[in-house]
Design a protein around this ligand. Structure first.
Ligand SMILES: *[C@@H]1O[C@H](CO)[C@@H](O)[C@H](O)[C@H]1NC(C)=O
Ligand SMILES: *[C@@H]1O[C@H](CO)[C@@H](O)[C@H](O)[C@H]1NC(C)=O
Ligand SMILES: *[C@@H]1O[C@H](CO)[C@@H](O)[C@H](O)[C@H]1NC(C)=O
Length: 431
């Protein structure tokens, strides 16, 4: 990576972080937003469906603009609203983007985050980078800390919003569901609704939800309920709870995005490993962000040789996938592969729109030049590959069920296959 790229990356991350650091000064019922619930059957259905699950969307000011956005996507006409140049056939494209975010304005407004997601720019980026499909995630519904009602409403609205977008462009977009942890029972309900009724491919979890890391005992009922599911992990800002108040825990002068996100990723994977969550729930597959952040670097120190470490390493090698988001291939990849993790478990992640298209491009160039993969690994198995992890690697993710002993779980394989190819949406899940 050129120094200018690093500088631009740092700057963009810094701006995003400054914006984020101002969050939480709003109350969810702040009247700066219109609470107008659109007069549309789509909005009315969503409001009443949510109420049946104990979520009162009408109580929150952000619901108005969120529902307007959802209604907009549910009436979106691709052929009349997008130029032909953006609708080219991407069959034969080489990548599926598993680490990419949706950032609607209503969500940016409550987080005070100016990052904008733009459909045209995203489609152009996908064409430029040979990305056939983008799987959105918005793993952080905890904007109003300690406010269960608001957190549930935000998670539900994000899921309805991503589902409407994925339905508008079903060949391009899929999504991982937002989960309102630490509220465990509501999270089970939300996961079930998003996976079975909205067609989510899996669930997205934050490194910590209101200060609780993912190995927390509190979450055991959630992981027990969640079977045969892909979990996409994502770092967020570390928080400590002091006297019932949440305190940001970044002790350095740098934006959490620069370094803390990597430590957060390491903390939560370590917590999943030491609590045995990672190894007890063997039907769960994980996508680890940013090649696992700092986790590979601490394994030797934090886990003594023995049965648990052996089981954890087996899980890391067979049920965990590692996304490339950020600048991970110049040096960092070597540390992960040193644990005998197969390059076929590497997935592609752009981190758009939090990483700008020009930096996504710079990252792709770094991936193409990575010293840790040979040419065959970079090309394999698709002849048309330019660089990086392959589309076929992505499909290992959907084929994960084939590795569940002792019998080949055809039902799960076909369900995942149909889901990922967009043939069916509502599915019976074992959740
Ligand atoms: C796509 O590639 C073209 C040609 O290199 C470039 O001008 C454009 O900015 C790129 N757009 C995105 C969103 O990556
Ligand atoms: C927590 O609250 C108690 C009672 O208000 C107070 O005495 C104590 O100093 C507080 N602790 C911290 C770490 O703020
Ligand atoms: C995992 O299973 C072990 C052994 O049964 C048990 O001691 C441990 O508490 C379990 N942990 C979780 C998070 O389920």
């Amino acid at each position: 990576m050129k120094p200018s790229h690093l500088y631009a990356l740092t700057l963009s991350l810094f701006i995003a972080a400054v914006a984020r650091s101002k969050q939480q000064s709003f109350s969810p019922t702040n009247d700066i937003f219109s609470n107008h619930i659109p007069d549309d059957p789509v909005a009315r259905t969503i409001v009443s469906r949510a109420l049946a699950d104990g979520i009162d969307l009408a109580a929150f000011a952000f619901s108005g603009p969120a529902l307007q956005e959802i209604v907009r996507w549910s009436h979106f006409e691709v052929s009349s609203e997008l130029p032909d140049s953006l609708l080219q056939n991407l069959e034969g494209a080489t990548k599926i983007d598993v680490h990419v975010h949706y950032a609607p304005n209503w969500y940016g407004d409550i987080r005070q985050d100016p990052t904008e997601w733009n459909l045209e720019e995203h489609l152009e980026l996908m064409a430029n980078q040979s990305i056939e499909e983008s799987i959105f995630s918005v793993p952080n519904p905890n904007i109003f800390l300690g406010d269960e009602g608001a957190t549930l409403a935000i998670a539900r609205l994000l899921n309805e919003n991503m589902a409407a977008l994925a339905k508008a462009l079903p060949l391009r977009f899929k999504f991982f569901a937002t989960i309102p942890l630490p509220y465990v029972h509501a999270s089970i309900t939300e996961a079930q609704y998003a996976l079975e009724s909205l067609g989510a491919l899996g669930v997205a979890l934050s490194s910590n939800h209101e200060g609780h890391y993912l190995g927390d005992r509190l979450f055991t009922p959630f992981f027990s309920a969640l079977q045969n599911t892909i979990i996409f992990l994502h770092p967020n800002e570390p928080l400590l709870e002091v006297n019932k108040t949440f305190v940001k825990a970044n002790p350095t002068a740098y934006s959490p995005v620069i370094a803390e996100f990597y430590f957060e990723t390491a903390r939560t994977i370590l917590d999943l490993a030491l609590s045995q969550t990672l190894t007890n729930y063997t039907s769960l597959d994980f996508i680890m962000p940013h090649l696992g952040g700092a986790f590979p670097a601490i394994i030797d120190r934090s886990m003594a040789p023995g049965a648990l470490l052996d089981d954890v390493m087996a899980a890391l090698r067979t049920r965990c996938w590692w996304d490339s988001a950020g600048f991970t291939y110049s040096h960092q990849l070597g540390g992960l592969l040193a644990y005998n993790i197969s390059p076929s478990f590497l997935l592609y992640g752009s981190d758009y729109p939090y990483i700008s298209p020009s930096l996504v491009d710079a990252s792709a160039n770094a991936m193409a030049k990575s010293p840790f993969l040979d040419e065959e690994e970079k090309q394999k198995p698709n002849k048309h590959l330019d660089e990086g992890p392959t589309k076929l690697n992505q499909f290992h993710m959907y084929r994960a069920s084939m590795r569940i002993p002792p019998i080949f779980d055809r039902r799960r394989f076909f369900r995942c296959f149909l889901r990922c190819t967009g043939f069916i949406l509502p599915l019976q899940n074992t959740l």
